[in-house]
Design a protein around this ligand. Structure first.
Ligand code: PLP
Length: 373
């Protein structure tokens, strides 16, 4: 049988379906959590594995005008897809040597993370004879990127360091927003509020909360919230029902089935042994596709809503299932790996990680199908 390349998208052994309408709905949902309704959109790591370009274009269509990536290269790719002058794109990781020209040429906002970067950008603006926009990130407790408190004090006392820059947004990032009871949340909130009053007012506004912080209430909302994970259907309120709409569905077709007898082992290392005659099915995804090896003999997929256990080690390209509950299943039959019966957060829990890692690891080999554009 010759498969038409377009047809292959629907008959592909492993399909990743991404619902763009759900991403837009989630963006609106997070914004509606705040008193001001203003949400940026974080699309780093290829839009958390969902595709930064289709995600960015969808969210622009839904009304988003402020986007963030981690790397300049990601921002440059997004700028090609969002040439509209009112789409602002910021880069969290900061201004690196030699990058200023690219930021200017492609109208991207560096996030200035220390006094040195502020100086480089201010010098660049003076030489260019134009106040170019930039964000400033301050560290209120994450201790990863951003001006540490002693540099914030210097900036407060020497605001002339900002001369020549268009100071557009002030941001900080929370360390424990997913744990509402964590004492650091209020500490960070108060430190950020203090910096907002002490520093010159940014023309675009202030922002502290990411996905989880956006659900901590109005005290954390400032002028903007800055969600990533929640946009892609991840649960921003762990331990409580997920308020977000699911975005990804991952489905795999059975490649081959076999009968095995009691005592037979399955997979590398012969780590799983059948305790009774069993039916084994093999599907086309593995750790090279982001199906984590820690799911060996722990993961489950679903068939008609019934959980089907992963047995034996996850291979690079293949996963084996104990499909004895459906002894008549045959090659071509589709099982659900991520979907309504088991969302990203549930898969992550079985794998001993967080949904962020599952999403950003979603494989490049899947046939990607976008809906709801
Ligand atoms: C990744 C990131 C975000 C988004 O975080 P989520 O938890 O995915 O919503 C926001 N701000 C900064 C600085 C980040 O690095």
């Amino acid at each position: 049988m010759i498969i038409d390349p377009l047809d292959a998208m629907t008959t592909a052994p492993t399909r990743l379906e991404i619902n763009l309408a759900a991403i837009a709905a989630n963006w609106r949902r997070v914004a509606s959590e705040t008193p001001h309704g203003r949400a940026a959109a974080v699309v780093k790591a290829d839009g958390y594995g969902c595709g930064a370009v289709p995600v960015g274009q969808t969210l622009y269509g839904a009304g988003a005008r402020l986007f963030f990536t981690a790397h300049l290269s990601e921002a440059l790719a997004l700028r090609q897809a969002l040439p509209q002058p009112d789409a602002e794109i910021g880069v969290f990781n900061g201004l690196l040597p030699g990058e200023a020209e690219s930021y200017r040429a492609h109208r991207i906002l560096p996030v200035l993370n220390d006094l040195g970067q502020i100086e480089v950008w201010a010098d660049f603006c003076r030489r260019q004879g134009i106040a170019l926009p930039a964000c400033i990130q301050i560290d209120t407790g994450m201790r990863r990127l951003g001006l540490p408190p002693y540099e914030v004090e210097t900036l407060r006392d020497e605001t002339s360091r900002l001369a020549g820059i268009e100071f557009r947004y002030l941001l900080s990032h929370m360390a424990a927003g997913d744990d509402p009871a964590h004492a650091l949340n209020m500490v960070q909130r108060d430190a950020f509020a203090a910096a907002c009053s002490a520093l010159p007012r940014p023309s675009g506004g202030t922002m502290l909360a990411a996905s989880s912080g956006a659900f901590l209430g109005p005290d954390y909302a400032f002028d903007w919230v800055r969600p990533g994970y929640a946009l892609y259907g991840g649960n921003p309120v762990p331990g409580r029902p997920n308020p977000m709409t699911p975005v990804v569905r991952l489905a795999a077709r059975i490649l081959q089935t076999r009968r095995i007898t009691r005592g037979d082992t399955v997979g590398y290392g012969a780590t799983w042994t059948a305790e009774k005659p069993s039916h084994i099915a093999t599907i086309a995804l593995g750790y090279a596709d982001g199906y984590l090896r820690s799911l060996s003999s722990r993961g489950v997929v679903h068939l008609d809503g019934t959980p089907i256990p992963v047995v034996g080690r996850v291979s690079m390209d293949l996963v084996t299932l104990d499909i004895s509950a459906f002894p008549d299943s045959s090659p071509g039959l589709e099982v659900e790996v991520i979907g309504p019966h088991q969302g990203v957060d549930a898969v992550a829990e079985k794998a001993g990680t967080i949904g962020y890692e599952i999403l950003t690891g979603l494989g490049a080999r899947y046939a990607r199908i976008y809906s709801g554009e």
